[in-house]
Design a binder for this molecule. Structure first.
Ligand code: NDP
Length: 287
């Protein structure tokens, strides 16, 4: 039976460390780190995410600035708001909750956040720095996965790491991070042939595709570490991951549950990135 990788426990532990670091930072510089979160429209899932981010900020002593714009807001108005925040000294991190309404170009909006305040690490400059192995910020979900592996002392160097999914926010950056820790990385996607064959080779398998219970016990190597990033809502309203937990837990050494695995780590890493941003802005420690 696999051991559970408990994201709630790790997240709580890290939030305590972040809270004490925020306090030290305030004492030393007299500045409270600030995160501005922009929500456009009233999408229920996005509204919940933004509320959770606000609560988490308060919990660790970070100022949370919530900006709610109507779904009909013009792209230029949204970008002007971001430009205002770019120069606001009380704001260290800026996040625009995605997805945005269809009439707004997400790429233009992301690119309008200055890289120094881009705590989601989606700006091309931050993506490039990650590629070069010199990131200022690591995107939150992949950063959370790395923290989980570290907390459970999972060795990455020399291991076969297989990532299923190649999105810009999860698959590609986690592949890069595993590579930077000397894993041998394979990235699979919807056009991959013999995906099971690749998955079965994995010592560490990261699944981020958005397909409920896609990976089952027959697709993994005995003793593998299985990280399930997926968040899917079933017809009965319950959440499930991309991994069939029951069958995988029989064979894996470690597995993340959904909920309670990767999920709680994402916001924690956002808090960490906001603190990093505040520290770097003080010291102007950006390349
Ligand atoms: P995307 O939809 O952006 O990307 C999905 C990826 O999965 C694509 O690369 C796609 O391949 C690949 N894929 C889809 N179907 C298959 C298949 N049958 N076989 C192999 N590969 C496949 O998703 P995200 O990366 O944004 O999210 C993935 C999941 O993770 C979702 O459930 C999402 O809700 C969850 N998530 C959870 C987070 C958390 O905090 N825990 C944060 C972010 C996401 P191709 O490129 O070829 O189309």
């Amino acid at each position: 039976m696999a051991e559970l990788i408990n994201g709630k426990v790790v997240s709580r532990h890290l939030r305590e460390l972040i809270a004490s670091d925020v306090l030290k930072f305030k004492e030393e510089y007299g500045i409270t780190p600030g995160l501005a979160v922009i929500l456009v429209g009233d999408d229920p899932a996005s509204t919940v995410y933004v509320k959770n981010k606000h609560k988490a900020c308060l919990e660790v002593g970070i100022n949370s600035i919530e900006i709610h714009l109507p779904a009909t807001v013009a792209e230029d108005v949204l970008i002007s708001k971001i430009e205002e925040l770019n120069t606001d000294a009380g704001v260290n991190g800026i996040l625009v909750q995605l997805p945005l309404p269809k009439h707004i170009c997400e790429e233009r909006v992301i690119n309008s956040i200055i890289p120094e305040k881009d705590v989601d690490a989606f700006h091309p400059i931050n993506v490039g720095k990650l590629m070069l192995g010199k990131p200022d910020f690591i995107p939150c979900t992949p950063a959370g996965i790395m923290e989980l592996l570290n907390y459970y002392s999972v060795e990455i160097s020399g291991k076969e790491c297989v990532v299923i999914g190649r999105s810009n926010i999860v698959g590609k950056p986690i592949a890069q991070l595993l590579l930077s820790k000397n894993g041998t990385v394979t990235v699979c996607h919807s056009r991959t042939k013999n995906l099971t064959e690749s998955a079965k080779r994995a010592d560490i398998l990261v699944v981020a595709i958005g397909k409920p219970d896609f990976v089952n016990g027959d697709m993994i190597k005995p003793g593998a570490v299985v990280i399930d990033v997926g968040i899917n809502r079933k017809e009965d309203g319950k959440l499930t991951g991309d991994v069939d937990f029951e069958s995988v837990t029989e064979k894996a050494a470690y597995v993340t549950p959904v909920p309670g695995g990767v999920g709680p780590m994402t916001i924690t890493m956002l808090l960490k990135n906001t603190l990093i941003a505040a520290k770097k802005q003080i010291s102007k420690y950006f390349f």
